[in-house]
Design a protein around this ligand. Structure first.
Ligand SMILES: Nc1ccn([C@H]2C[C@H](O)[C@@H](COP(=O)(O)O)O2)c(=O)n1
Ligand SMILES: [Zn+2]
Length: 156
């Protein structure tokens, strides 16, 4: 008889996203994303980090101060990296992300044709970026659902 305590698809793909987040050098928030196609194949993975060729040791990782002295203008977000790393079109795909996307990544996801977003955490809920992101996702008809760690699921 086959095992019955194997992980669900959601646990699997969010697990890959969570593993990717562990590669992030950001001391405050590590984010991971995993994009799958309609055949449930992983086609893109990413985490928040500096653009290639930029030194993790030379650029700032702080949150506060003048914009150019913080991490914000330099970091590529996890979702953007997952899109950029995609091995094929992500049209009609699903994006698993450990943190609800910001408004900028949301535009990229919608424009790339993502049809579903599964997120784990939403620690910036109700911030202007978060509200704008939610508004765009709803207007674009993207299905949104939260994945709860440890949730029990019926496996197909
Ligand atoms: N959905 C998101 C949201 C944020 N990020 C990145 C950008 C920063 O590296 C970090 C947020 O830093 P904080 O302001 O919480 O210190 O997370 C992302 O990749 N994807
Ligand atoms: Zn973003």
């Amino acid at each position: 008889m086959k095992r019955s305590d194997y992980i669900s698809w959601d646990q699997y793909f969010m697990g890959v996203a969570s593993l990717s987040a562990l590669r992030s050098k950001d001391p405050n928030t590590q984010v991971g994303a995993c994009i799958i196609n309609t055949d449930k194949r992983i086609i893109g993975i990413g985490y928040n980090g500096l653009p290639q060729q930029l030194s993790d040791d030379e650029f700032p990782w702080t949150k506060d101060g003048d914009l150019q002295d913080t991490k914000y203008p330099y970091v590529v977000h996890a979702e953007a990296n997952a899109i950029l790393n995609a091995t094929q079109s992500i049209k009609n795909g699903v994006c698993y992300v450990t943190l609800f996307p910001c408004h900028e990544c949301t535009k990229l996801l919608i424009q790339s044709g993502i049809k579903e977003l599964v997120y784990q955490e939403n620690k910036y809920e109700n911030t202007p970026s978060n509200v704008a992101a939610m508004r765009m996702l709803n207007a674009a008809g993207v299905k949104i659902r939260q994945f709860h760690l440890g949730q029990i699921e019926i496996k197909p």
